[in-house]
Design a binder for this molecule. Structure first.
Ligand code: NIG
Ligand code: FE
Length: 392
């Protein structure tokens, strides 16, 4: 089995405080050995083993762990350009537009949906994302939700059942009937294909009691809960997520002091996942990352890539916005987009560069990770290794 030495790394973010300085475990003049898809060695370049099959010279540039994007909705057809245009002329975002994508997605063939997911996963990879979670939620029938999950599972292990995205149009007059479907026959068809269960807990989608029923039913079928919480308004989502031991509460834009305290208390269980692409694309107020970090919450940063509220697959873009608009330092944003995402997916094998971890590495055309925020919009990803294989 071939081994590769990546040497000449000017600045390495390991996210392993035992390896280097600060929470990022920063190492200057570093090297990494990759073997069988894993990190076999990491340390000062001067001490690196030299008996590898291949050598790659990073020429003084920065290497970081691959981004872990723990929140996306990639199984969809069509786009919502007209809705975006209307918003940029002053119209507010509502969850109502989701139904436009539901109609387009139901009408698409399996091959079309598969090609779309492949395209967006590849787009994300080119921007440094080596793990991406993917939700259903644009099918809203038993067959269409199960199909979305089957297609997602061809592209990622991190598959999330979001039958409770909005009430399906057929159940507009019977939301309770829709919750029965989501927690009954639809769950039966979907549970075998998913790892996670999610619900959009929001006015216009599902209230606290409905969300609780959805997450509990999913948990009984072995799916771990995560929740779209407090995106558009304050509400019960965050506290419900914490109460049910959800892996993450996502969005966290409108938080009370009690919500922040709950997330801080649950820092080892429930990650606060911030999705600034959504506020960017809906012209809304950004979540206050500083408030969450100062309270002691664990924060992840992800794209929420979807055709309605956040049509970006770019974690570097989210990092730049989080630093400029949400009170994060470049170090905090980088951690949240790598180790934070891994925590939100309860993974210890990704989001870090230490011995035994999966060899997911990103080489930046920059001397340090700080440039991701300092040089917004510039394509800095020069190379990507996914599980040790050069992918970009
Ligand atoms: O996370 N908030 C709910 N779901 C998506 C938006 C989906 C859409 O508008 O199509 C989100 O922002
Ligand atoms: Fe989302």
């Amino acid at each position: 089995m071939s081994s590769t030495l990546i040497t000449g790394i000017g600045s390495l973010v390991s996210n392993d405080p035992d390896l280097g300085s600060g929470p990022l475990g920063l190492l200057a003049d570093a090297a990494v050995v990759v073997e069988q898809g894993r990190i076999a060695w990491v340390g000062p370049a001067a001490a690196a083993p030299d008996a590898t099959d291949q050598v790659f010279d990073a020429a003084g540039r920065a290497v970081i762990p691959g981004f872990v994007d723990s929140h996306s909705h990639l199984v969809f057809a069509g786009d919502r350009t007209a809705e975006f245009n209307a918003r940029m002329s002053g119209r507010a975002y509502t969850a109502g537009g989701i139904r436009t994508t539901v109609a387009a997605t139901r009408a698409a063939t399996d091959a079309e949906l598969d090609a779309n997911v492949a395209r967006y996963v590849r787009e994300a990879l080119r921007q440094g994302t080596t793990v991406i979670e993917c939700k259903s939620g644009y099918g809203l029938t038993v067959e269409d939700e199960a199909r979305a999950l089957r297609i997602a599972a061809r592209h990622t292990d991190e598959v999330t059942y979001l039958g409770a995205h909005v009430v399906a149009p057929e159940f507009a007059d019977d939301p309770a009937g829709y919750v029965d479907l989501v927690t009954g026959p639809m769950l039966d068809a979907c549970a075998p294909h998913a790892r996670w269960v999610d619900v959009f807990c929001e006015r216009g989608a599902f209230d606290g009691e409905q969300a609780r029923a959805v997450l509990r039913a999913g948990a009984e079928r072995g799916l771990t809960p995560r929740i779209h919480a407090n995106q558009l308004t304050e509400g019960p989502g965050v506290q419900l997520g914490v109460e049910l031991g959800a892996a993450s509460a996502d969005h966290c834009t409108h938080l009370t002091d009690a919500d922040v305290a709950a997330l801080a208390d649950a820092a080892d269980t429930t990650v606060a996942t911030l999705l600034p692409g959504a506020e960017f694309s809906t012209r809304a107020r950004y979540p206050d990352a500083r408030r969450l970090l100062d309270a002691g919450a664990t924060v992840a940063l992800s794209t929420d890539c979807n055709p309605g509220s956040s049509f970006t697959s770019s974690v570097p873009f989210c990092i730049a916005v989080a630093v400029r608009e949400m009170g994060m330092t470049p170090d905090e944003a980088l951690w949240s987009a790598t180790a934070g995402g891994a925590a939100a997916l309860r993974r210890t094998d990704v989001g870090r560069v230490s011995v035994g971890a999966r060899a997911d590495l990103v080489l930046l055309d920059a001397p340090s990770h700080v440039h991701l925020a300092y040089r917004p919009g510039v394509p800095l990803v020069a190379a990507v290794w996914a599980a040790g294989v050069r992918a970009v």
